[in-house]
Every structure is written in C-alpha cells, then in structure tokens.
Design a protein around this ligand. Sequence first.
Ligand SMILES: *[C@@H]1O[C@H](CO)[C@@H](O)[C@H](O)[C@H]1NC(C)=O
Ligand SMILES: *[C@@H]1O[C@H](CO)[C@@H](O)[C@H](O)[C@H]1NC(C)=O
Ligand SMILES: *[C@@H]1O[C@H](CO)[C@@H](O)[C@H](O)[C@H]1NC(C)=O
Length: 395
Amino acid sequence: MRLRFITTSIVAFVVIQALALFFLYSRQNVVTYPPEEQDSKVHILILSSWRSGSSFVGQVFSQHPDVFYLMEPAWHVWVQMHPNGAKVLKMAVRDLVRSTFLCDMSVFDAYMYENRPVSHLFQWEVSRALCSPPMCNYYQRTDLTNDLMCKKHCNMTKFFKMEETCKSYSHVVIKEVRFFELKSLLPLFTDPSLNLKVIHLVRDPRAVLKSRNKSLYALLRDNGIVLGVGDKHIEKDKGEDSNYEVMKEICNSHLLIHELATEQGPDILKQRYMMVRYEDVVREPLKELSAMYKFAGLSLTPKLESWIYNITHGKGTGSAFKITSRNAKSISEAWRTEMPFENILKIQKICGRAMQMLGYELVQSEFEQKLLSRDLIHPQKNQKFSWLTSDEGAT
Ligand SMILES: *[C@@H]1O[C@H](CO)[C@@H](O)[C@H](O)[C@H]1NC(C)=O
Ligand SMILES: *[C@@H]1O[C@H](CO)[C@@H](O)[C@H](O)[C@H]1NC(C)=O
Ligand SMILES: *[C@@H]1O[C@H](CO)[C@@H](O)[C@H](O)[C@H]1NC(C)=O
C-alpha cells in the first residue's frame, strides 16, 4: 500500500517534470535569440541635433575597445530619398538603425550599389572598429585611431566585412541627428533582440543657432528635409529664416523627447534614457563622459582616461578631433559676445519652453547677455540621474 503510494507519487512527479520541461522548451522556441546573447549585447543610441557636440561624444564611444560605432548612418536614407520630409522618412530611418544595431548591414543595400568598399559609408573613418581587425589590420583593436590615417590605410576593405566586425563587439553605438521624436522608437525598447539605451545630447539653442548660421549653406538640404518642403530648394537668401524654422523643429523635438522619456512614456523608457547637456560635458568632461560610460555599461580604461584628459586640455596633437573641447568652451559661449541681441530675443521666443525645461536661463537685456560672469546654465537636477541607481544591477 505504501509502496503503491510512493510509486504513484513518483509517476506523478515525473509527469509534472516532463510537462514543465515541455512548457519551458516550447517557450524557448518563441524567443529568437538565446538569452545569453541578449544579455551581453548593449545598444546605445546617441540622439542629438546638428552642432551640439555629438561628434565629440560619439568619438569618445568609438574609441572604446568594446564598441562598434557608426556615425549618422541615416544620412544615406535622407540623401537617397531627399524629396521626402523627415516625417515620411522616420520609419525608414528607424528600421535602418534597428538593423544596424543587430549587425544586419544588408539594410544599406537599399541605398548603395553592390560590392562596394567600406569607404562608401558616410563618415566610416571615424569608427575605430572599422580601422582595426577584423576590418583592417592597420590598427590594433585597443589602439586609439586617427581618421585621416584610417582613411588612407583602410579604405579598400569590403563593406560586407562590417557584419562580422560588428558581431565581434559587445556594444553597438549609433549617433544620429535625424530623429525628431522618440515615439516611433518605443517598439525597439521592448524588442527582445535589442537592449537599447538612449543618450539625449542637447545644447543651448542660442549657441546652436549661432553655429548653424556659420554653416548655413552646408545645412540647406537637411533644412529642406526637416521642414518637409521637399525638392523646393530653400533659396540662399532665405537661409537665415529657414534656420529659425529648423530651430523651432529642433526645440520642439527636445520637448517631445524629454517629456516622453521622463514623464509620459513607459517605465522601461525612463530607465533607459539619459539626458546630457553639451555645456556640462565641456565644463567637466571626465565626470560627464564617465557617467555616460557607466550608463552604457562600459568601463573607463586608464588609457582612455589619459586620452580624454589630453584632448580636453588642448593636448594630443594629431588626434581625430577637429574641435577640442577647450576650443568648444569658448565657441559654446561665443553667442554671448557676438550675436545681436534681437536675434537672441527671437530664438528665445521660439525655444523658450525647451530652454526652461533643459535648464538654460533666458536673458532679458543686452547687458545680461554680455555679462559673462552671470552663469546661464542651471545645475542639473538630481532626479535626472535616477538611472545611476535603477540601472546598477542590470549592467
Ligand atoms: C583609397 O585611398 C587611396 C589613397 O588615399 C585612393 O587613391 C583610393 O582611390 C581610395 N580607394 C577607395 C576604394 O576609396
Ligand atoms: C547670421 O549671419 C548673418 C551674416 O553673416 C548676420 O547678419 C546675422 O546677424 C547672423 N545671425 C545670427 C543669429 O547670428
Ligand atoms: C597624453 O599626453 C601625455 C603628455 O603629452 C602623453 O605622455 C600621453 O601618452 C598621452 N596619452 C594618450 C592616451 O595619448
């Protein structure tokens, strides 16, 4: 009697085990990527706008030996389909970015001819990963690379090698200025094949306006796409007006992105969003860049720390930078001495809400503008760094 009871228990136990195993197994089949692989990969989107220091920040990520970095891959979408506006192109841009994160480079076939060398990719030479093995043997993977040398020695590599190269890295980082909202990216945050985090890099709109005004003609085509006026080219003498219109779009996008990521959006987005102001990076580069690395789950090596120190203290000649951060500091404040006050009033009217939200103080008079001892950058609120604790366990 007792023996029968034990036998029945064992049979029942085995049946339950088998069912549990079957259940687990069938669930696993639904998941397309093995969990280990998902956990180890990190995807970072540096979301910024033109003239906001994103090339500099991108470079700091690119030089990390664990990072596969691409700068502005969506440039190809915009160039190839430019009669369309940004609103129409945003889904094509999103899909390009998603595929690139997954190292599926076939997505570029839509925009380029077959069997191309890597040099056909926009700004490829600023990616350390594309200048070192398995892509190119000129540099070691742990070297700090120089874009001019890379362009000279690595430009013949076939484009398709990027896929294998990308797969050999734990972190894929993409810098983009061609997103004007985050809503269309929401599905990527719950996508099981991605582990996406966003660094939203912003800059004082008054400084951006000044910087954009200097390279007005270079930005005309992009302006047309931002404003959705298609092939109706913006006339050169209307360049400055269109600049204000574009600034309006950019400031609105900062509002939309920041509000969604900190207030209205789902929790998963809040934990995976970090806002960074260019001015803070310029003032305390090592502190801000370390915080970004930490957010991304990267560690600062002594070599990188020394390199960051050098480039932000005017040393490191022959570095990949056209702007050192030291220059950037004087450039970033140039608007206060050089920009006509009436223009400042105009941009503050357009961008006032975004500026208040991001902590940039408005000036009320020309006197206040020129009084350089008056700091117009408010300290960041602590709550913005909630990710420091909430994400600690995950990385
Ligand atoms: C690579 O660079 C060399 C010299 O810098 C140039 O002559 C050659 O045309 C380039 N090749 C490609 C495929 O871009
Ligand atoms: C833009 O440049 C033009 C010509 O150099 C100048 O007249 C204008 O004041 C500048 N605007 C701003 C906002 O700096
Ligand atoms: C930084 O500069 C110092 C002094 O010029 C130099 O010895 C060092 O190698 C540099 N570090 C890097 C990583 O380039």
